[in-house]
Ligand binder design. Sequence first.
Ligand SMILES: NC(=O)c1ccc[n+]([C@@H]2O[C@H](COP(=O)([O-])OP(=O)(O)OC[C@H]3O[C@@H](n4cnc5c(N)ncnc54)[C@H](O)[C@@H]3O)[C@@H](O)[C@H]2O)c1
Ligand SMILES: O[C@H]1[C@H](O)[C@@H](O)[C@H](O)[C@@H](O)[C@H]1O
Length: 334
Amino acid sequence: MTLRIGMIGPGGMGKAHIERIHTVISGGRVVAVSDVNPDNAKAVAEQIDGTAYATSAELINSPDVDAIMIASYGPAHKPDVIAAIEAGKYVFCEKPLAPTAAECEEIMAAEQKAGKKLVTVGFMRRFDASYREMKKILDDGEVGEALMVHCAHRNPTVPEMYTWDMAINDTAIHEIDTMRWLLGEEFVSARVDKPKKTSLRFEHLQDPLVLILTSESGVRVDDEVFVNCQYGYDIQCELVAEQGVVRLGDQELVHRADKLGRRNRLTMDHNQRFGQAFVTEVQEWITAVSQDRHTGSDSWDGYAAAVVCDAGVAALTADGEVPITMIERPALYA
Ligand SMILES: NC(=O)c1ccc[n+]([C@@H]2O[C@H](COP(=O)([O-])OP(=O)(O)OC[C@H]3O[C@@H](n4cnc5c(N)ncnc54)[C@H](O)[C@@H]3O)[C@@H](O)[C@H]2O)c1
Ligand SMILES: O[C@H]1[C@H](O)[C@@H](O)[C@H](O)[C@@H](O)[C@H]1O
């Protein structure tokens, strides 16, 4: 049976997910769309031979839609996630689950009322083969205890609408989630170091910056966020453990040597760099939902990432460490 998916907000990310679902992923089809921009909904519906709904509520409650994907703008996620939960439908929500921890708590309250985990948050790096191999090496005890992790998250450029807090809320949120997952523990404090700013940026941005997180057991994670690096979409991660160091591969397809030297083509955006991770993530979600089970990051992960982001944003304007405090983890997410 094909899972009939309704997509809310088919913009850049949503269209990339549709393309994957309709070409390389099996078991699902996007049959309905809605968008705050009705012309976009109509155009996408025509392309996929599906239905355009005037509102997300109508799409969510349609008997012709089995499960929901949300790829709209972050601040719009919460009401649609809650409506999907109330309709008893599995929902895949692109990161962030919601921009603030308080909104994520509302989502968790609705899910607990439903008594079942229905929400998956689109943290795709958990599905990347290199990160998975790094986690396996750590979990198998091959390098001993983790001590430090050095991360870099570099984007070629960002548009002017990218606000000052997005370096944390929109960009570093990936490392925040991936590091919680890799280390298997929560963070207790955040600090932001603010180096010399690149001249090739919009004036309102602190770019680059370094977010420094400390985990419950004392592991120190530093994350260089540099969103106007000009040269490529460059994701780095080096885990330093007691008996070894594990570094993320560069995802090279080939090793090339020519008169310009030994070099490799760089990826330029998230869809290129994490293309296979997105495929695995969405495939696992479709398979799990078709079997009536939850998979991937849950609402607690969305909440935890939001709490750390809130502290990171506070640290952007504060001097020194900002403590991170979380609510007790509800039993549903144990
Ligand atoms: N996992 C990743 O690496 C990754 C990469 C890019 C974007 N994202 C996430 O995906 C989401 C979308 O990002 P994007 O780059 O595709 O943005 P986008 O602006 O290209 O697309 C967003 C779409 O949502 C629509 N929209 C906005 N508000 C809406 C609402 N209230 N109801 C219905 N539709 C609405 C817009 O009209 C647009 O079509 C964001 O949450 C973003 O953080 C994740
Ligand atoms: O929304 C995007 C997306 O999440 C990308 O994966 C990230 O590299 C960008 O910094 C962010 O702006």
